[in-house]
Design a protein around this ligand. Structure first.
Ligand SMILES: O=C1O[C@H](COP(=O)(O)O)[C@@H](O)[C@H](O)[C@H]1O
Length: 231
């Protein structure tokens, strides 16, 4: 069990997005007040768009915020499946555009060729992350740590911050923070929307192999507090 798992529940995804964004915004501004900078890493996929829309409306000293990625699909930044596109379109607009964005994707032809450059970019960040915003797939993956991926055991054990991954059943090569990278944070935030994902989350809390549901690695660690936002 994680050192602290706190659960927050709202009736709708929209309510969760507003409350979660307010919580993250307060945390980031506190970090800026304390250390003159803050470091946020965000996920992609469908779930975080509404959180990003709410977060960008908060009064944060955006020019002191660094935004990094939890994972990325190795596609061009204007591709519909690009996580950085989602971040640029939903978070980094208006005053929030003053934040410094450090994308995972680089010019390398594939994720494996791009891993060393991505690792160097992550290593140069003012870590630890203040907040990492995680999602979870219905297969129990988080970041791009997929069950059945040949890279999973390395992703769970490597001392590197990132690794290239080929998902067994999802499109595009990925770059993902490793478990080590995910746990280099002051706070982990996990967004769980809908009954199906909540059932997966409850099942992940039960005993069973981490390899079957990589989210378990986050749920079972005892290094970083974890806030779970359910709707
Ligand atoms: O592929 C991904 O999936 C997960 C979950 O995405 P969602 O669309 O079900 O919200 C996401 O957390 C991850 O960043 C993304 O690359």
């Amino acid at each position: 069990m994680a050192s602290t798992i706190r659960e927050f529940r709202h009736d709708t995804a929209a309510q969760t997005a507003v409350a979660l964004a307010a919580s993250v915004a307060a945390r980031l501004q506190q970090a800026i007040t304390a250390r003159d900078t803050a470091l946020l890493a965000v996920s992609g996929g469908r779930s975080p768009a509404a959180v990003f829309d709410a977060l960008r409306g908060h009064a944060i000293e955006w020019d002191k915020l660094v935004v990094a990625q939890v994972d990325e699909r190795w596609v061009s930044p204007d591709h519909a499946d690009s996580n950085s596109r989602l971040i640029r379109e939903h978070l980094l607009t208006g005053p929030a555009a003053a934040a410094r964005f450090v994308p995972m994707k680089n010019e390398a032809p594939d994720a494996y060729a791009g891993q060393a450059e991505c690792e160097a970019a992550l290593a140069a960040l003012p870590r630890p992350f203040d907040v990492i915003l995680l999602g979870m797939g219905e297969d129990g993956h988080t970041a791009s740590l997929f069950p059945g991926a040949s890279e999973l055991s390395v992703g769970l054990s490597s001392e590197d911050l990132c690794l290239a991954v080929t998902p067994p059943a999802a499109p595009h090569q990925r770059m993902s923070l490793t478990l080590n990278g995910l746990l280099d944070s002051r706070l982990l935030v996990l967004q769980i929307g809908g009954a199906a994902k909540e059932a997966v989350y409850r099942s992940a809390l039960a005993p069973g192999p981490i390899e079957d549901m990589p989210i378990r690695a986050v749920l079972r660690q005892n290094k970083v507090p974890l806030d779970v936002w359910l709707s």
